[in-house]
Design a protein around this ligand. Structure first.
Ligand code: ADP
Length: 472
């Protein structure tokens, strides 16, 4: 079993600190330890990042691009091992972990290119003797706090644009799943990332978070996780007026119109609902099917869900791994029980299995007052309800504090566009259950977050705009 360290200023340190045990959710076996860093280590990481910023921010875009690309290439070479580590710490099936590594690394290759396109602007002046220019500069030290459900991609989606912009970073991966991040960071020095440009601290979330919030040198905080913690971090960022990016919870509606291709809709629901055992913030959370095709939809969905194979993500052919921890299992089970008590019918699954497994579950006869239709589920539970008019379903879909992803299935593209226009969501999968990709903006309306990650939008939050007025 390996005891990992903290990565500060190009050194692996912290081996003398108390340790956090990292367990495999499929077997409950402890597979590694990481140090329980705190306030002091968090400050040391900022010291290093602040010092390194002086030099890194002066590298040309082409120099930065080449280093990020090299890091990408080393990750690609080590992809299988990284994916295996991810499955062992997080539980997702190996094929999904390999998929996540490609998606994650896509942010590095995309932002390596985007570094070269941080354009400025000239603005026509009102006076003849003036010239007005705009240029963009890196914000400075960036703190990145990431969740456990995408141990690689949530890191690269933040670190890619930060480094491309010329920022340096301090990272705190989730304590449940720090190993994939650590193994990626182990490759950074070989890629030519200078010391102090990337730092990683594991440990006491509150103490580390607090140290970064109160530190004026941290100019930007980028966070992915729960809405509750996101709000806390937003409040904490106020005193030092940091730039913030927040990717928070979701509660994605799926709308299946009466002219949908049902096979496509079922496939889209399976992809978006059961990926990572339902533990993604864009997982479909509530499924609205037009009442004329409701029965037919269930007849197609239920057997497909029953075919999904549950088990240890390292085993061949597994589609659904364990949930991340006991609390996650309890939350999903509580939603199932609550729905059944209020009249829902279990069409598939519904049971907790030994360990941290919940059977992939379909509920019918669902109504909007059940907790699964209001609270984020983060588990393999698909509640299906019906609607009769488009106007009604849009109102029900928008009736949420969240606004991250929504899905619409229809073969009539102009109806699809009208529904899309009316949805208060940042990401729409129109006949597509898997919309995430590095070159497109990811983020939410309402309490699902602030800012966008991915695509050319994703680099803006790491840049300050500097306006220069030149008198001739
Ligand atoms: P999740 O349910 O996805 O773990 P959390 O919001 O609980 O969502 O955690 C996301 C990340 O935020 C994790 O890295 C966690 O350790 C960190 N975190 C949790 N609470 C705090 C806090 N008070 N300050 C800073 N980071 C925190």
């Amino acid at each position: 079993m390996q005891n990992y360290g903290l990565y500060i200023n190009g050194e692996w340190t912290g081996q003398n600190l108390e340790k956090i045990e990292i367990a495999n959710p499929a077997t409950n076996e402890v597979i590694a330890t990481v140090p329980r860093g705190g306030h002091q280590e968090a400050v040391q990481a900022v010291d290093a990042a602040q010092e390194a910023f002086k030099e890194w921010s002066q590298h040309s875009a082409y120099e930065r691009a080449s280093v990020i690309q090299k890091w990408h290439d080393l990750i690609e070479e080590n992809k299988d091992e990284l994916a295996k580590t991810m499955t062992m710490e997080q539980g997702k099936p190996l094929k999904e972990a390999i998929g996540e590594m490609s998606y994650a690394n896509g942010f590095f290759s995309w932002y390596a290119e985007e570094a070269k396109r941080i354009y400025g602007e000239t603005i026509p002046a009102t006076q003849r003797n003036k010239r007005l220019f705009v240029q963009k500069q890196p914000v400075g030290v960036v703190a990145a706090i990431t969740p456990w459900n995408f141990p690689a991609a949530m890191i690269t989606r933040k670190v890619g644009p930060a480094l491309a912009a010329g920022c340096t970073v301090v990272i705190k991966p989730a304590n449940l799943t720090p190993l994939t991040a650590i193994k990626m960071v182990e490759l950074a020095a070989d890629a030519g990332i200078p010391k102090g440009v990337v730092n990683l601290v594991t440990g006491d979330s509150k103490a580390i978070g607090q140290a970064w919030l109160e530190d004026d040198r941290v100019r930007k905080l980028t966070f992915t996780g729960s809405t509750e913690v996101g709000k806390e971090l937003m409040r904490g960022s106020a005193d030092t007026v940091k730039k913030i990016s927040m990717e928070l919870g979701g509660h994605a509606p799926v709308i299946v119109l009466d002219d949908a291709n049902l096979d496509k809709a079922v496939e889209g629901v399976i992809n978006s609902k059961f990926r990572n055992a339902g533990q993604t913030c864009i997982c479909s959370n509530r499924i609205y099917v037009h009442d004329t095709i409701y029965e037919q939809f269930l007849e197609k969905l239920v057997p497909k869900v029953k075919e999904l194979k549950m088990g240890n993500g390292l085993d061949e052919g597994v589609d659904i791994g364990p949930l991340i921890d006991e609390a996650a299992v309890k939350k999903v089970k509580k939603q199932i029980d609550d729905a059944v008590q209020m009249g829902a019918k279990i069409e598939a699954g519904g049971e907790v299995r030994d360990g941290l497994y919940i059977e992939p579950t379909v509920l019918s006869n669902v109504h909007d007052e059940m907790s699964c239709m209001i609270e984020e589920t983060f588990g393999p539970l698909a509640p299906v309800t019906s609607f009769s008019t488009v106007e009604e379903v849009i109102n029900r879909a928008n009736n949420s504090i969240f606004g991250l992803a929504a899905y619409v299935f229809t073969e009539n593209i102009s109806r699809g566009i009208k529904v899309t226009d009316a949805l208060e969501y940042g990401i729409i999968g129109l006949n597509d259950g898997l919309p995430s990709t590095p070159q497109a903006p990811f983020g939410g309306f309402k309490q699902s977050g602030i800012g966008r990650e991915g695509g050319h939008y994703g680099i803006e939050d790491y840049l300050e705009v500097k306006y220069i007025s030149l008198g001739l």
